[in-house]
Write a protein that binds this ligand. Sequence first.
Ligand code: DGL
Length: 257
Amino acid sequence: MTGIFDSGSGGLSVLREMLKVLPGEEYLYFSDNAHCPYGEKSPEYICERADEITSMMLAKGCSVIVVACNTATAAAISHLRAKFAIPFVGMEPAVKPAAALTRSGVVGVLATEGTLKGEKYHLTRDRYADNVKVVEQVGRGFVELVESGCLEGPHAEAVVRESVRPLVEAGADTLVLGCTHYPFLSQTVARVASQLAPQTDFTLIDPAPAVARRFLDIRSAQAPASAPAPRVTLLASGPDATLKKLYHAFITQSQSL
Ligand code: DGL
């Protein structure tokens, strides 16, 4: 069984891609929404949460864990890999493909404060994006929008505009969705960006497909899954209404599970 966790429902954007590459696997998804958002919490706090969630997943029989959260990867993946003897797949903002794709020479990164402050992100940015200009913004209020199921409409657009505007004004044409919650807002981000700069052809980058391919490499090396239909268990540390709603809207309906 594969465990996958996030501070909330954001990791469903990664689970969606994992189901595409390995539909026959058994998945346990955990939303730590009683402690969401992680974005402004200390690395120590997030490490403790990740440790507790991993222990729970191991007790339930998971043999691979996908940390479907950029913030938790930045804070905790080294700790998890050092402590637990199973493979972990983590995530970080996709600045490398963004640097290759931008035509304006400016990449905009949207992520949480914790991710943008992390050493891992700085190393990746300095290594793979030193030939372009990288501008960064915390997606203020984005996680709250997704957790409340508000993905579009005037309120969502107003919240998203605040963080997207500085990136567009800096000339970015390629926007990295560096938090797993943000792909749920991708249509709103794209709409707002186009309103702000109608002449620009924007590209939005979600690292989830690359994470799913990495997961497939690890999982196939362990044991090929044989079950024909996916089996997904959803768990949450808080109320699970939005988690179930987003799961059905973005996964069940698009894949006809
Ligand atoms: N979904 C998370 C990420 O990828 C964390 C969002 C939050 O809880 O602040 O960073």
